[in-house]
Design a binder for this molecule. Structure first.
Ligand code: FEO
Length: 400
């Protein structure tokens, strides 16, 4: 049975959620599932914003058919070609012959790559192009690399809605309510929204900033993303999160994230001793074992916290692999503007400290607190003063 929601008189939610998927992009755990959002405007023309993932095809087509009623589909706006939104393109064209496709020029290239020839007219749109559909004209904005090169966003002036593609999305299945203001978003959804942003779009902060600058020139009363709830209240609050994330400014400048790798517990011991010292001095601190906590969550907390402690054993003359992977991921996602304390360890030929420093030097505006702690097999009681000094330097000033 269909499961649609009416958002305004002529705007409908026709998407669907998946709670059986283990990993989004076969990479990121989604224990709370994920929604594939799709929206339909019924004006003089009917306009669909994106299809959905194969996994929800049955409900998606039922929803679309129910929302259309006795009308056919005139336009499909393809805001994003990633298969979680575009997988059903061919099926849609077969069901609604005559549907016209709208996207960026790059969209057409990707349609060819994914599907070969499709039997539908395609219109390529650029920044500021419009499409009259009856009582209003939709305006299109290119948003390259948010999160693929072909992405467009769409503004509907009648409902003052921004159709934002992946932007403002979150992991998590929708159920019942589709509105952020009907959920306990800050407590129950924000960590997943942050994890989604950091891992999916986080690398492209500059492109997110450029897209935000363009679309926020409009009066936005509603944001309809391709994942997660619809925003109709407190939009400025969520916009502020996006401004911070996309400019790599920490949400919590004084919070400390401790990430450690440890083979037998000695580096863990040093990380926890430093965390205890940090807490004793009044800062909020969380500790994550890089071997046991999913990297997507650690990256998400890295976006949130202003201060980092990284503790790494030497392994095969390099960094312990989970920490090496973490630092590579930080670099790939353009993490910057953080203050970082380092703990190196090993029992001979210790190299991890030097390698961590080199890695941080390859990132922008990363300040290393001193002195670095060296764990020679295990930490000793007489190192307490070094812990204290490092803690003071880490907490002493902000990276801003
Ligand atoms: Fe939700 Fe980039 O696809």
């Amino acid at each position: 049975m269909h499961c649609t929601r009416r958002i305004t008189d002529d705007l409908y939610y026709v998407g669907a959620s998946d709670r059986r998927l283990n990993m989004f992009e076969n990479l990121y755990p989604v224990p709370k599932g994920i929604s594939y959002n799709s929206y339909l405007i019924k004006d003089e023309k009917t306009v669909l914003f994106d299809t959905a993932d194969h996994a929800v095809s049955e409900l998606f087509f039922e929803n679309l058919s129910a929302a259309l009623g006795d009308r056919t589909l005139d336009y499909l706006i393809i805001q994003h070609m990633e298969p979680d939104h575009a997988a059903l393109l061919q099926s849609l064209i077969r069901r609604y012959p005559g549907v016209k496709l709208v996207g960026s020029a790059k969209t057409l290239t990707l349609i060819g790559q994914f599907f070969g020839e499709v039997n539908a007219e395609f219109t390529a749109v650029k920044d500021g192009d419009t499409l009259p559909i009856g009582s209003r004209e939709l305006t299109f904005y290119t948003a390259p690399m948010v999160h693929w090169p072909e992405v467009i966003m769409t503004y509907d002036p009648k409902s003052k809605t921004l159709f934002s593609a992946d932007a403002f999305g979150t992991f998590g299945a929708l159920g019942g309510s589709i509105y952020a203001d009907e959920l306990n978003f800050e407590k129950e959804w924000l960590p997943e929204a942050r994890r989604y942003y950091a891992n999916i779009v986080g690398k492209y902060g500059q492109q997110v900033q450029m897209a935000l600058k363009k679309v926020t020139a409009n009066d936005i009363e509603r944001i309809c993303s391709l994942h997660g709830p619809v925003w109709r209240k407190n939009i400025d609050w969520y916009m502020d999160k996006y401004q911070k994330w996309s400019s790599y400014q920490p949400e919590d400048p004084d919070d400390v994230l401790v990430v450690y790798g440890s083979l037998y517990g000695h580096t863990k011991n040093a990380a926890e001793a430093l965390a205890a010292t940090i807490s004793h001095k009044g800062a909020r601190v969380i500790v994550r074992d890089a071997s046991n906590v999913d990297l997507s969550e650690i990256l998400s907390e890295t976006f949130r916290c202003g201060k980092l402690v990284i503790a790494c054993p030497t392994y095969n003359m390099g960094m312990y692999p989970p920490i090496s992977h973490y630092m590579q991921t930080m670099k790939e996602h353009n993490i910057q503007n953080r203050r970082v304390a380092l703990i190196e360890s090993g029992s001979w030929a210790i190299a991890s400290g030097k390698l961590m420093r080199e890695s941080l030097e390859g990132m922008k505006n990363m300040t290393i607190a001193e002195p670095m702690i060296t764990v020679l097999s295990s930490i000793r009681e007489d190192q307490c003063a070094v812990f204290d000094a490092l803690c003071d330097d880490l907490l002493g000033s902000n990276a801003q």
